[in-house]
Design a binder for this molecule. Structure first.
Ligand code: C2E
Ligand code: CA
Ligand code: CA
Length: 553
């Protein structure tokens, strides 16, 4: 057999099989003859830092027996991923020595062996990593589920509470101490968690700053207490600094509704995101209402675009009425989502769409519908009233929004005075800038604007002074007290008077009782919107109201 042939065999066997120490002997069988090989032993060691203990070396026999206490004839060193160094010790038959040629050509064989050995070792790591988180050495999701699976089968799982927790501002810790020290801090944190666990409990590291745990029910409070703040330290400029790491947790108290171990993570995880994003509490236990709420949130996000295209959104109109004459003087367009047989209200979906940056598409859709309605009244000869459309503060970041609004109105061939844009009063300085620009642009294009929920923002007085608006809508909280008192009266009276002097109209929303309209008349505010006259209603019903135009007083 010639050398080429044996080399080919060697490469082929290795490339076809997952390399293990079992197959290298056959791959090396032919070559061994060319090189008078007796044994090849690979010693895998970790490159160690000064103070590291490192892990023990791994000895892998690739060919032949492992000679005891005998110096190899030759050795080759190779670096591998993950700070590993492999030394190949070569033992030859008898006292055979290679020529320089042979030595050089064998180094090629070592390179190939190395490549395969690396794959073999990586496989080992991958196998291990199905159960162990590489950084903290805590179990990972796989390890957690295997553990939970056993408890589940032994019907002991209901003795436990399942936790999902997320570290508060660990990002800040990493930024302060750097990524390497951040990893060390994480390891110290994990160690404390591990120390808490009893034999038949588990804390697992899912990755990043997310963890799960199964803790006996009677130790729940202790564990929550632990999670509220674990003391560790970080090293910066050779000095130890104390750090307290607290977590936000979701807790699922395992009951007989558990169908499979995966739900231990998903349910507690859901509670965790609820604790963090909705409740703003250090921990929350899973409950039914929460799961429906989160389920709906997901649905809303996922279905929104399709729903918009399917016309699942309808526009309801609520009249604005002059309480003195009973005349309908305008309407507000409010979105309703008819979703799988239930009606969703904007309080449910608008905040989610805002969060996802989707609300602008809804607002523009509502605007188009409002224009469409006005256009049809115009075409049918029905008296037209202005319709106001809500725009979210989240929309204000869009540079061309004002232009786009004007364009849409013009496209429907209606007078710009029939559309009014409502935006809510804002608190933050940044937004105030954007808001002023937006309102000013609209004003310059003869589109009127209203400040919604007036009186609930931070600085209503400067709102009146700075914002070029046509209308303020007084928030219903001003008139919702059962007994409207003297203070309400004074505040309202003065707002109305001030607004009048500034040439701003006042509308009061949420009017439900006649004594409220009486009170409002007294302070000089005539235009109201509220259930006392009508709820928001579909277009057909609103059109009937419009044809009559007046409510009987
Ligand atoms: P808003 O702009 O303050 O709208 C008035 C809300 O008060 C409406 O709730 C309306 O149904 C309700 N309402 C009307 N009269 C009364 C009353 O007499 N008593 C009480 N208790 N409530 C009354 P809705 O339709 O659920 O809308 C809630 C909020 O959602 C709106 O508050 C508005 O901020 C927002 N929204 C509605 N549609 C849209 C939209 O198309 N785009 C955006 N961005 N937001 C919208
Ligand atoms: Ca509004
Ligand atoms: Ca309002």
């Amino acid at each position: 057999m010639n050398f080429e042939k044996s080399f080919e065999n060697f490469v082929q066997i290795l490339s076809e099989e997952e390399v293990t120490s079992e197959i290298t002997p056959s791959a090396l069988a032919d070559i061994s003859k060319e090189y008078a090989l007796r044994s090849i032993v690979a010693v895998v060691s970790f490159a160690k830092g000064a103070d590291e203990e490192g892990e023990p070396d791994t000895v892998i026999s690739l060919f032949g027996p492992v000679p005891e206490g005998e110096a190899p004839a030759y050795y080759f060193k190779n670096e591998m991923a993950g700070k590993r160094i492999v030394t190949y010790n070569i033992y030859l038959l008898g006292d055979k020595r290679w020529t320089e040629e042979e030595y050089k050509s064998f180094s090629v064989i070592i390179d190939i062996l190395s490549f395969h050995l690396e794959r073999y070792l990586l496989n080992g790591i991958v196998k291990e990593s199905t159960f162990i988180q590489y950084l903290t050495r805590l179990p990972n999701a796989g390890g957690f589920l295997a553990f939970a699976g056993r408890l589940f089968e032994e019907e002991r799982i209901q003795d436990y509470n399942s936790f999902y927790f997320n570290l508060k501002s660990f990002g800040l810790v990493s930024r302060r101490f750097g990524i390497t020290e951040g990893d060390e801090i994480m390891k110290r944190y994990a160690k404390k968690l591990r120390e808490f666990c009893e034999q038949d409990e588990i804390v697992a590291h899912l990755g990043g700053d997310n963890f799960t745990a199964l803790i006996k029910k009677d130790r729940t409070n202790d564990f929550l207490e632990l999670l509220s703040g674990i003391e560790v330290y970080g090293i910066k400029n050779d000095k130890e600094e104390p750090i307290t790491i607290s977590a936000v947790a979701g807790v699922y108290s395992v009951d007989d509704s558990l169908k499979e171990p995966g739900q231990l993570i998903s349910r507690a995880g859901m509670a965790c995101s609820y604790a963090k994003n909705v409740a703003n509490k250090p921990y929350v236990f899973v409950n039914k209402a929460m799961s429906t709420k989160i389920y709906r949130q997901k649905q809303i996000e996922e279905r929104y675009e399709e729903a918009l295209n399917n016309d699942e959104f309808r526009i309801y109109l609520q009249p604005k009425v002059d309480t003195v004459t009973g005349e309908i003087v305008g309407a507000e367009a409010l979105a309703r989502w008819f979703c799988n047989g239930i009606v969703l209200y904007p309080t449910e979906f608008v905040p989610i769409l805002e969060q996802e940056g989707l609300v602008a598409t809804l607002d523009l859709y509502v605007l188009k519908k409002a224009c469409e309605y006005i256009r049809s009244w115009q075409d049918k000869g029905i008296p037209i009233v202005p319709v106001s459309v809500n725009f979210s503060r989240r929309d204000l970041g869009y540079k061309h929004l004002a232009k786009e609004i004007a364009q849409i109105i013009d496209d429907y061939g209606i007078d710009r005075k029939f559309i009014q844009i409502e935006v809510t009063e804002t608190a933050s300085e940044d937004e105030r800038g954007l808001m002023t620009t937006f309102l000013k642009k609209l004003k310059d294009m003869d589109i009127s604007t209203a400040i919604d929920d007036f009186g609930t923002g931070f600085s209503s007085l400067s709102t009146l002074r700075d914002f070029p608006v046509k209308v303020i809508k007084i928030d219903r909280s001003f008139i919702s007290n059962d007994n409207l008192n003297k203070n309400d009266e004074i505040v309202l009276k003065n707002i109305v008077a001030m607004a009048r002097e500034l040439g701003i109209d006042v509308v009061t929303e949420g009017v439900e009782r006649t004594e409220q309209t009486d009170f409002l008349k007294e302070v000089g505010c005539h235009v109201v919107q509220g259930f006392l006259y009508d709820n928001p209603m579909p277009m057909d019903d609103f059109e009937k109201r419009l044809e009559k135009k007046y409510y009987e007083n």
